[in-house]
Design a protein around this ligand. Structure first.
Ligand SMILES: NC(=O)C1=CN([C@@H]2O[C@H](COP(=O)(O)OP(=O)(O)OC[C@H]3O[C@@H](n4cnc5c(N)ncnc54)[C@H](O)[C@@H]3O)[C@@H](O)[C@H]2O)C=CC1
Ligand SMILES: O=C(O)[C@@H]1CCC=N1
Length: 271
């Protein structure tokens, strides 16, 4: 299977980094307009790179669209002549498969996905939905590619991908934000940067693995840390008073609405 990426930025790097552990890198092509990014991809992963969309792409079985949503209408229209035989996988936030199909001249074989950056270390999670015309073999190919970098979840409704985008697509950024806040707090309380780093990373990795492996709900795990009248209770009282749980829900809803808006803005405005 020859796989092409259009756009070789952050997310393509994460996917390619995972894929090259399973697929011969010479079977991966990347079209990237930035020369520095192209050189880095070729050096780091041994993949083939090129600067423009051209007839070379006709050899590809699968094309992953990994440019920013705002670039996708023009990129898809320019790509149309070269990908008529290919399965198209989009990772763009918000962009609906029907709009993408239209920009590609009515292309029916489109799988819309939402991966996340832990794909780089094989621990991604990807939500997936397909146009009705996508057959079982294409669904299996798309699943195989995304499972090379982590877990996959197929959705019945494409619109659910906007919720997936808010939850797991953007999700690593919320976790990093929480980590940054804890690292700063650790240093403010007198620990060195190195000490805080070890303690915070260990806490996240340990808590995440405990939660993933436990048969008990996450709320029970939280209660087990929280001694009556103890330190955790003191901290959780502050979070509850600030209604941080509601704020997290509002933040995720803002992300979901932004994904929908991107779909409306870019899908509606283009032929
Ligand atoms: N960063 C993330 O965590 C995630 C991003 N996504 C989606 O992935 C897509 C890419 O996002 P990022 O990788 O973060 O963006 P990015 O800006 O890092 O990468 C986009 C790349 O496309 C290149 N590019 C732009 N126009 C091009 C063209 N005409 N031909 C070839 N290359 C071109 C740019 O030079 C850049 O390297 C977006 O649609 C985003 O919604 C999806 C899941 C997670
Ligand atoms: O922020 C964004 O729009 C992209 C989609 C999910 C993660 N990054």
């Amino acid at each position: 299977m020859k796989i092409g990426f259009i756009g070789g930025g952050n997310m393509a790097n994460a996917l390619i980094g995972g894929l090259v552990k399973q697929i011969d890198p010479t079977q991966i092509w990347v079209v990237e307009i930035n020369a520095e990014a192209r050189a880095k991809l070729a050096e780091q992963y041994g993949v083939q790179t090129q600067a423009t969309l051209d007839h070379n792409l006709q050899a590809l079985d699968v094309v992953v669209l990994a440019v920013k949503p705002q670039s996708l209408p023009a990129v898809a229209q320019a790509l149309q002549p070269y990908v008529q035989q290919a399965l198209i996988i989009s990772i763009a936030a918000g962009i609906r498969a029907t709009d993408l199909s239209r920009w590609l001249g009515g292309h029916p074989r489109i799988v819309r996905t939402m991966p996340n950056t832990p794909a780089l270390i094989g621990l991604g999670v990807t939500g997936m939905a397909a146009l009705p015309a996508v057959n079982t073999a294409d669904r299996a190919s798309a699943t195989q590619i995304m499972q090379a970098v982590g877990q996959t979840v197929w959705l019945e409704q494409e619109s659910q991908l906007d919720a997936v985008t808010a939850l797991s697509g953007s999700g690593p950024a919320y976790v990093f934000y929480f980590m940054e806040s804890m690292l700063a707090a650790g240093q403010q309380m007198g620990l060195s940067a190195d000490q805080a780093q070890t303690l915070v990373m260990g806490t996240f990795v340990g808590a995440a693995q405990l939660a993933a492996q436990a048969s008990d709900p996450v709320s029970t795990l939280r209660e087990r840390v929280t001694s009556k009248g103890g330190t955790t209770a003191a901290a959780l009282e502050v979070l509850a008073a600030q209604q941080v749980n509601n704020q997290i829900q509002s933040a995720l809803e803002a992300a979901r609405l932004r994904a929908m808006e991107l779909g409306d803005e870019l899908g509606g405005a283009t032929p």
